[in-house]
Design a protein around this ligand. Structure first.
Ligand SMILES: NC(=O)c1ccc[n+]([C@@H]2O[C@H](COP(=O)([O-])OP(=O)(O)OC[C@H]3O[C@@H](n4cnc5c(N)ncnc54)[C@H](O)[C@@H]3O)[C@@H](O)[C@H]2O)c1
Length: 357
């Protein structure tokens, strides 16, 4: 059957939705047919810039989900809405793209996963760093065994957003769930699973450094109750031990990620800042060949990231709907497993006790 257009409803027309709509415009079949946002200006802007001719707007997500000409739904709202919106999408039986972290709690995440899998709905979760060429290359090297058995990983995810953000939903526990932990940690936990397998147990601690931020609606300050920073230690089922730090207060960092991966036969350092990726490797061959002669030569040398065509999350979404290869994207089960780690880390931060996954 020839596929023509796949009519998409976008729910939540904020900053991340712009990125997705730009890349959706590069797909062959996905077309933006309906934009739903409680902010009418945002919806109008998105429809005007990325919508097909006649693209509609609305403010009630239920209306968007059930519209007869909508074949698939993209959910890019604040976290507290993910569960309720997705459950309606599942009831309507439509394929979906959902942002991370998928839910506010593990109970919510389990219900979303269970009901989605019962209906076998095509879906993609927004683990966007899976699509970075350097990260893909890094993952290939690690998975091919270039480093031997992974023993330790040290990872940093550091932000310092400019201009300094006001007290948006991200700083409200009731809307975001957690702060740096769920926002930055969701990506890192997903990446770590790809590099070192499943998490066995976790210990965490986090805190708030900036207790109030400017009222986005006007004058004055408002309280913040989500973590500005979070540190976690993960024991992986493989035996590897991972130390992670997430911070929204890393002065000078825009969107910085670093993974130092130490294996039994080699080591690798991956860095991302803005869209620039770097990889340095101290390879097993190098180590074995040189060790007896010059032990101090255990140097890390830059590796060129091979150029290759990189797909996008939206291409993966189109492919999922068409039953094609989803290009290494994450799905609802990955979202659930990441939520397990977020929730366990959060409980550990309150209790001070290691949590099993
Ligand atoms: N995958 C990634 O790399 C990545 C990056 C940034 C954000 N995100 C995720 O994307 C989601 C949105 O983040 P953002 O930065 O775009 O936030 P944002 O605040 O810029 O946008 C959210 C939009 O949702 C709208 N909205 C709020 N309530 C609504 C409702 N009831 N119905 C319809 N629309 C509603 C808001 O008006 C706003 O336009 C979050 O879950 C976040 O974690 C993912």
């Amino acid at each position: 059957m020839a596929v023509n257009k796949i009519g998409v409803a976008l729910i939540g027309a904020g900053s991340m939705a712009c990125t997705h709509m730009r890349s959706m415009a590069q797909t062959d079949h996905l077309v933006l047919r309906l934009v739903c946002d409680i902010n009418q200006t945002a919806a109008e802007h998105m429809a005007a810039n990325y919508g097909e001719e006649g693209c509609r707007i609305c403010s009630d997500y239920r209306e968007a989900i059930v519209a007869a000409d909508i074949d698939a739904v993209i959910i890019v709202t604040p976290n507290f809405l993910h569960h309720d919106i997705l459950m309606d999408v599942i009831r309507a039986g439509k394929p979906y793209y959902l942002e991370k972290p998928i839910a506010m709690t593990l109970d919510e995440a389990l219900e979303m996963k269970t009901e989605s899998e019962k209906k076998n709905l095509p879906n993609i979760i927004g683990f966007s760093y899976r699509f970075y060429p350097g990260f893909r290359y890094l993952k290939d090297l690690v998975n091919q065994g270039v480093l031997g058995d992974i023993r330790h990983i040290y990872s940093i995810y550091a932000h310092y957003p400019r201009p300094i953000p006001p007290r948006t939903w991200r700083f409200e526990k009731s809307k975001a769930g957690t702060g740096a932990l769920g926002d930055l940690g969701a990506h890192t936990f997903d990446s770590l699973r790809l590099l070192a397998g499943e998490v066995e147990s976790v210990w965490g601690m986090g805190g708030i450094v900036v207790p109030e931020r400017a009222n986005p609606q006007g004058y004055g300050m408002m309280p913040v109750d989500t973590d500005d920073y979070f540190n976690a230690v993960l024991r992986m089922q493989s035996g590897a031990v991972v130390t992670c730090s997430f911070s929204r207060l890393a002065y000078g960092r825009f969107n910085y990620q670093r993974y130092e991966i130490y294996g039994s036969q080699g080591s690798l350092v991956y860095e991302l800042e803005k869209a620039q990726e770097k990889i340095e490797v101290c390879s097993g061959d190098f180590y074995c060949d040189r060790y007896q002669f010059t032990p101090i030569d255990h140097t890390f040398a830059p590796y060129d990231i091979p150029p290759r065509h990189e797909p996008s999350l939206m291409q993966a979404f189109e492919n999922a709907i068409l039953g094609k290869d989803i290009l290494g994207a994450g799905q609802i089960d990955d979202g659930y497993r990441v939520q397990q780690v977020i929730e366990a880390a959060s409980i550990s931060a309150e209790s001070g006790v290691w949590q099993k996954i």
